[in-house]
Design a protein around this ligand. Sequence first.
Ligand code: CO
Length: 319
Amino acid sequence: MMYSSSLCRHRAAACGRGTVEIGPGTPARAPFVRIAAILTFLLSVCCGAAFAEHPSGKDAVLIVAFGTSVEKARISYTNVEERVKKAFPDSVLRWAWSARSLLKKGPKDNPALSVQESLAKLAAEGVENVSVLSLHVIPGSEYADLLQNARAFEGLPKGLRHVRVAPPLLSDTESLRAVARLLLETVPAERGKDEGVLFVGHGTHHPSGVYYPALQYYLQAMDGNAFVGTVEGDLDVASVLRSMKGKGLRKVWMAPLMTVAGDHADNDLFGPEADSWKQRFTADGIQVRSIAKGLGEYPAFVARWIAGLEKTAGRESSR
Ligand code: CO
């Protein structure tokens, strides 16, 4: 089934996917993913000379992020990279971006690669085991694509033996409870209990969009004035506004529920245009205090991502 309506307004430019596939559409694409994986792998072997740099180890960590075009938002990625280097000092470290529109950008000698390109390159360099850290918040369509790519590359002749993918930030009940608690800890102490807190995620039309209302359930069990919103999907600005007005809230602390505080935070959440979340709330008499930090800027969330990666890689947590 294909949806193309009510996608985020930066989707074409920043998110790179004009449509989102859900449900039965995903398995049907598996053969194509595998064929694409084989082709990418063969190409990288044939053009091996282009990859002059050869890793010394047989293990690699591949960090997969959506990518961002906003320079200041990279602080989240730098933060994650430092933590991964500490936890996996003997592994080759690589990045891949899932936003197609952002690929091939960046410095010429170090362009952003797709998941397929990165896995093919690692295989051509003789790496055997890849542990993949997914910096996604929910297991949505990009995470599903990542799992397909991992399976497609695993066990190709002379290729990668194991490609193991760590869970996204939200992946089960324990993660929902823990992330809800950590999110509330990010709110400045000066917030009064009669003031709302709102965490706005990207949103999706993928079935895993249920993680957003599920997270709100756990948040509200801990704090009755805490809400989750999404740029795309049902928890939109109008419905969150209705809920907050129903509670008589006059002030809200708003933060992105996104790995980086990039384009969506700058424009959809806090932008000066009349349709941004901040302006819509302000126009309706609810004062907004901005917490403009990405989840990757908080050690607590990065620690959860890394703990998941260590578990996936078969290691004890170094925390
Ligand atoms: Co988007």
